[in-house]
Design a protein around this ligand. Structure first.
Ligand code: SF4
Length: 63
């Protein structure tokens, strides 16, 4: 199973990931991103596009 990781030290809470991929990310209490599902393939998402949505390179994906 793939694993999506958000580096909370890098995340600036811009909201792009949870706006674009609401099945995978949500806002935590601080407005930063938290991963709610790593199963991006089920939703037909592209790994490189998920990584690229973050302006500060806080998202990584391990397959
Ligand atoms: S796109 Fe990046 S900076 Fe923006 S909320 Fe998501 S992880 Fe944080």
């Amino acid at each position: 199973m793939p694993q999506i990781i958000v580096d909370k030290n890098k995340c600036i809470g811009c909201g792009s990931c949870y706006a674009m991929y609401p099945e995978l990310f949500a806002a935590d209490a601080d407005g930063k991103s938290k991963v709610i599902s790593s199963d991006y393939q089920t939703h037909g998402y592209n790994k490189e596009e998920i990584i690229a949505v973050c302006p500060v390179s806080a998202i990584s994906v391990k397959d």
